[in-house]
Write a protein that binds this ligand. Structure first.
Ligand code: NAD
Length: 487
């Protein structure tokens, strides 16, 4: 693991048009949630820098060097970015680890996944066809797909690298210039990605990394008249604010938002496997995952036995410093977020719930200065409890019983969200029936959190609009044009 390369007083510059710009008078802190200490300072873009980023991105995207670049050439740059990410894998992984506290092994896996996303979209870019459509006369009619021009990608802090790759790779493959606005909690991996992209030969101005707060920099980018499309991943409240701003401009948006995903265990399931699936589904990444299986529905006949198994297994999870050998859960990504989790668990008790495991900070000395929180399982809750209805985005599982399939579907779909879901059963016909009835963008059967860049991903209901990943993940960043050619 590489050592820290910057001190707490170092100001990291942002990237506009291939130039690194330091805003010494306007910065914010990057904090290591495992220790509470400052990593470094990050430049915060002013309004005029946001305007400059949009203007120079338009200049870059109109240059023949990018506008007329053939898809196979764009693909070779995307592959060079993937190579660069792999060469600098330890740096990228470490930057993510010191900013959001994910354990080292997960950070490394996410760099590999992000690089693979660039390779996937390189292949999509050079193999995707335009279409000749059936003509109704003496003409040739064609469908062409064109970039929007300048698009903005706004990302959250929980898995910054994979989210950023998921937006930047297809948006570049589609021929756009991108302004990436990473979360203020995790700005550094995005800045490193910007450096790697330049090194890989991406023309200056085609990928800009504009750091700052969501309420100022993010908001101005979304409202900017020069921005033609926004791809956002984050909380549902921010997504709604962005959708409202986009409505004013009549601008398309893709929104990947929050979740409160039901994880379902039938009495006939392979229970040891289901225990592992449920544990990984909620506690991996300290529960800070949009697809976290945070509502457990277990069939009433096995509920006491299964919850005992879960509590026993979860109590063995190793909560530790993210770079400690064998660490399975690092800290919460920020101290403010840990407080929010604590408040939410407090509401569970007020709503009549009981803590079956955790519900507190660890008492180990070595973890006292970090934002740690123990794996928590809550029981005795009703469907109306605040913690059952709202996203906690932390290591907190709400366990509820169900009687039969109809009762299960009624409870599982009784949510404003619809991002993901999981089913454990030995009955394949039931698995199919339930999978079809669940209101969720992803359903996992006898597995959980299995993701492929080739499979479209997104939410039902308030979990989002649009689908990232897959072939359609590139089309998300293009607009369709019909061309008629008289013969
Ligand atoms: P957040 O909504 O607070 O912030 C996300 C990003 O949006 C940040 O870069 C932030 O600076 C920016 N932002 C905030 N308000 C903005 C505004 N008004 N205009 C423009 N930009 C704005 O979310 P977070 O706390 O960083 O991330 C956690 C949330 O993200 C959770 O709700 C989680 O479920 C969700 N998430 C969803 C997915 C998915 O694919 N559906 C994936 C990961 C995280």
């Amino acid at each position: 693991m590489p050592a820290a390369s910057a001190s707490p007083n170092t100001v990291k510059p942002l990237l506009i048009s291939g130039e690194w710009i330091t805003t010494a008078d306007s910065t914010f802190e990057s904090i290591n949630p495992a220790s509470g200490s400052a990593n470094f300072l990050i430049s915060a873009a002013s309004e005029s820098l946001v305007d400059q980023a949009v203007e120079s991105a338009w200049q870059a995207v109109r240059q023949p060097a990018w506008r007329d670049m053939l898809p196979h050439k764009r693909a070779s740059i995307l592959r060079a970015i993937a190579d660069g990410m792999e060469r600098h894998a330890d740096t990228l992984a470490r930057l993510q680890m010191i900013e959001n506290g994910k354990v080292w092994a997960e950070c490394q896996a996410q760099v590999a996944s992000a690089a693979a996303t660039f390779r996937y979209y390189a292949s999509v870019c050079e193999t995707l066809n335009a279409e000749v459509t059936p003509s109704r006369g003496n003409y040739l009619s064609m469908t062409q797909y064109e970039p929007y021009g300048v698009v903005v990608a706004i990302t959250p802090w929980n898995s910054p690298m994979t989210m950023e790759a998921q937006k930047v790779a297809p948006a570049l493959a589609a021929g756009n210039a991108v302004i990436l606005k990473p979360s203020e909690v995790t700005s550094s991996p995005a800045l490193e990605l910007g450096r790697i992209a330049l090194e890989a030969g991406l023309p200056p101005g085609i990928l800009n990394v504009v750091t700052g707060l969501g309420a100022t920099v993010g908001k101005r980018l979304v409202e900017h008249p020069g921005v033609r499309m926004v791809s956002f991943t984050g909380g549902t409240a921010s997504g709604r604010a962005i959708a409202l701003a986009a409505a004013e401009k009549l601008m398309p948006v893709a929104l990947e938002l929050g979740g409160k995903s039901p994880h379902i265990v039938f009495a006939d399931a392979d229970l040891p496997k289901a225990v592992e699936g449920v544990i990984g589904g909620i506690f991996e990444g300290s529960g800070q995952s949009c697809v976290a299986g945070s509502r457990l529905y277990v069939q009433r006949s096995i509920a006491p036995q299964f919850i005992d198994m879960l509590v026993k297994r979860a109590s063995q999870l190793k909560v530790d410093l993210p770079d400690a050998a064998g660490a399975q859960m690092g800290p919460i990504a920020s101290f403010a977020h840990r407080e929010k989790i604590e408040r939410m668990v407090g509401t569970a008790l007020a709503d009549g719930g009981e803590v079956l495991l955790g519900g507190q900070r660890p008492t180990v000395d070595a973890l006292q200065s970090g934002a740690f929180y123990l794996p928590t399982i809550l029981g005795s809750l009703t469907r109306n409890a605040h913690v059952v209805r709202e996203e906690i985005f932390g290591p907190v599982l709400c366990a509820l019983p169900f009687d039969d399939e109809d009762d299960l579907i009624d409870q599982a779909n009784d949510s404003a969200y619809g991002l993901a879901s999981g089913i454990w059963t030995a009955d394949y016909q039931r698995a199919w029936r339930v999978a079809r009835r669940l209101e969720a963008g992803s359903v996992w059967i006898n597995t959980y959190k299995q993701l492929s860049i080739a499979t479209p991903f997104g939410g039902f209901k308030q979990s989002g609009i649009g689908r990232e990943k897959g072939l359609s993940g590139l089309r998300l960043y293009q607009q369709t044009k019909g061309i008629y050619w008289g013969m």
